[in-house]
Design a protein around this ligand. Structure first.
Ligand code: PLP
Length: 418
């Protein structure tokens, strides 16, 4: 008998399991479009030049002391300035609580802890459907009741803004709504500026608390200010209190360093002081204090004009390459090459009519992911017969595409659909 007799088996996380399956695959032309990690034009992980430079600077003065409980002060300040922009930061800083976190996931978790501890009754959490695979787990594990609302219309393969508006209008007041600040994962569909304004108005009217999941600032468009539009609109123009969960995994390529920050924009200085003290207590009981190295890398970049400019260039490099691969896949899908024989790797120059159906949605979407709209059996066929790995909902990480494999991927999808 075991103390854990009542334990039950939990299936492995689908996307991490997919990566393991890909790694074990010995087929030479295999393609990994699963996990959202940036790859360079040769399919390799990329250490950003700005990060390399920051590491060189740091290595000359690196100590391994504990950070304060709420994290590195310079990092928290720079992270807040980045998300809010210098002007809004200056106006808001006395009404801001901030806490360094274990990347974006840790920031969401801290937000959940604070939302749970900060009110007598636990708010409902509204989560878009579909969403990042971990949202439900993070909040359900903290005991929240999670409700979903339709975000995407599979018929039009686009944002379902009317359902979004309707869900907010019907939501219980004083609930929390998870918002993807930009580059919605997995659909790649974000509201327009006008739609963001409308949404902010409904949040205000219905007394809903916006919790921004901001895992892709700067990574989406290549420009942080564009990507932070909704965050700044809600806080500055609509005067809402809001939480912002920042991750530096994607935009600095610091996946394994777990660099993140939770920001809370409150409406009074007193609330900021109290929530800051609560964050400190909550962090102390969870991880005592956060890891130092990644936060030092990030704050060195953000705090130095030259390095920050170099980072902006890196963001442009990444987002431009993703955008051009999105286009390349689209072009191949609408006019696919025909295979010369049964070897799935070889294509001739003969052009066929392309993959059935419309692929405009791929071009409309933005960010790291393409949401193809393939059925689960096609996704499985692509994996088993063509060694092309993507999430079960046919989300692909566009960064996994490059000049060497994009034709193969486009042609394989075409073949599967014909
Ligand atoms: N939120 C979204 C929407 C994401 O896509 C991710 C990562 O894929 C995260 C949060 C959190 O990532 P991390 O904890 O690695 O920063």
């Amino acid at each position: 008998p075991s103390w854990f007799d009542q334990a039950h088996f939990i299936p492995p996380d689908a996307i991490f399991a997919l990566t393991a399956q890909y790694v074990a695959d010995t087929f030479l032309q295999k393609v990994n479009l699963g996990q959202g990690t940036y790859r360079d034009e040769n399919g390799n992980p990329w250490v950003l030049p700005s990060v390399r430079k920051s590491r060189e600077i740091l290595s000359q003065k690196l100590y391994h002391e504990y950070l304060p409980i709420v994290g590195l002060a310079s990092f928290r300040q720079e992270a807040a300035k980045l998300a809010l922009g210098p002007e809004l930061f200056a106006k808001q800083q006395d009404k801001l609580a901030t806490c360094q976190s274990l990347s974006g996931t840790g920031a969401l978790h801290l937000a959940g802890l604070l939302l749970r501890a900060g009110r007598t009754s636990r708010p409902k959490i509204y989560i878009p459907e579909p969403t990042w695979s971990n949202h439900h787990q993070v909040f359900a594990s903290l005991g929240f009741q999670c409700e979903t609302f339709q975000y995407y219309n599979p018929e039009t393969k686009d944002l379902d803004i009317d359902s979004y508006y309707a869900a907010l209008k019907a939501a219980e007041p004083n609930s929390v709504v998870i918002i993807h600040a930009c580059a919605h994962n997995p659909t790649g569909c974000d509201p327009s500026k006008e739609q963001w304004r409308e949404l902010a108005g409904i949040f205000k009217e219905r007394q809903l608390f916006p919790l921004f999941d901001a895992a892709y600032l700067g990574f989406n468009s290549g420009n942080v200010d564009n990507d932070a539009f909704a965050i700044r609109l809600f806080i500055e123009e609509t005067k809402l209190e809001a939480g912002v969960c920042l991750s530096f995994a994607k935009n600095m390529g610091l996946y394994g360093e777990r660099v993140g920050c939770f920001l809370l924009a409150t409406s009074t200085e007193d609330t900021a002081v109290k929530t800051q003290s609560m964050l400190e207590m909550l962090q102390r009981s969870e991880v005592s204090n956060p890891p130092a190295y990644g936060a030092k890398i990030a704050s060195t970049i953000l705090g130095d004009d030259t390095l920050r400019q170099a980072w902006h260039d890196d963001l442009t490099t990444m987002s431009d390459r993703i955008r051009s691969m999105r286009r390349a896949l689209y072009d191949r899908l609408v006019s696919s090459g025909k295979r010369s024989d049964n070897n799935p790797g070889r294509t001739t120059l003969t052009r066929s009519a392309g993959a059935p159906g419309s692929w405009e949605h791929l071009i409309r979407q933005s960010g790291m992911f393409g949401f193809l709209g393939l059925s689960p059996d096609i996704v499985l066929k692509l994996r088993e017969q063509y060694h092309i790995y993507m999430a079960g909902n046919s989300r692909i990480s566009i960064a996994g595409l490059n000049e060497q494999n994009v034709a193969y991927v486009g042609d394989s999808i075409t073949e599967c659909l014909k």
